[in-house]
Design a protein around this ligand. Structure first.
Ligand code: SF4
Length: 174
């Protein structure tokens, strides 16, 4: 048999976790300008396969204008057009997850970005302050996984408290 040393562990990450240049204008105020380094360094060190999910906000209306977008909230993105774009990306992500599981790989987690109207796992800003609510892409992804009876842990990265997210990620390897 051919020797194959590949890792059998996978993690799905939001596009901007390794590409802060895709964030809306004025969002990148913390020290990590390209990748959220502490989290990515940990994943690289753990020899996990990393799959970058699409960035729905920068896709909306095409990348050229998407890359110039201003920050907007959940209500702005809660449209038929944006939901349909998220549906497509979520369907593709679920297809990958299903194929991985069928091939005996392990999907450890899906990471999101808290406070994002698209990629938050648990927390959003609203006109009433912070509320418990997933972003639209993550909401649709969770629904599609549940329809397939697939249970996967989601971890919301909070860029202001990266150490907390790092601790949660480390626990995946205990
Ligand atoms: S939509 Fe998601 S992937 Fe794109 S910049 Fe926002 S949090 Fe990152």
């Amino acid at each position: 048999m051919v020797k194959d040393n590949r890792s059998k562990k996978f993690i799905f990450i939001p596009f901007c976790l390794i590409c802060q240049g895709f964030q809306a204008k004025g969002i990148v105020k913390y020290k990590w300008a390209g990748s959220i380094t502490p989290l990515i360094e940990e994943l690289v060190k753990r020899d996990v396969n990393i799959i970058q999910m699409p960035c729905p906000e920068s896709q909306l209306g095409g990348y050229e204008s998407g890359l110039k977008r201003e920050p907007h909230g959940y209500a702005y993105y809660d449209t038929k057009e944006f939901r349909s774009l998220c549906e497509e990306s979520a369907t593709e992500t679920v297809e990958k997850i299903k194929a991985l599981i069928k091939n005996d790989y392990e999907v450890l987690t899906v990471l999101g970005i808290e406070m994002s109207p698209s990629c938050a796992v648990s927390y959003q800003y609203s006109n009433k302050g912070m509320v418990r609510k997933s972003g639209i892409f993550i909401e649709i992804l969770k629904e599609k996984l549940s329809e397939e009876n697939i249970s996967i842990k989601f971890i919301g990265v909070n860029r202001k408290f990266v150490d907390k997210s790092l601790r949660e990620i480390k626990k995946l390897f205990d």
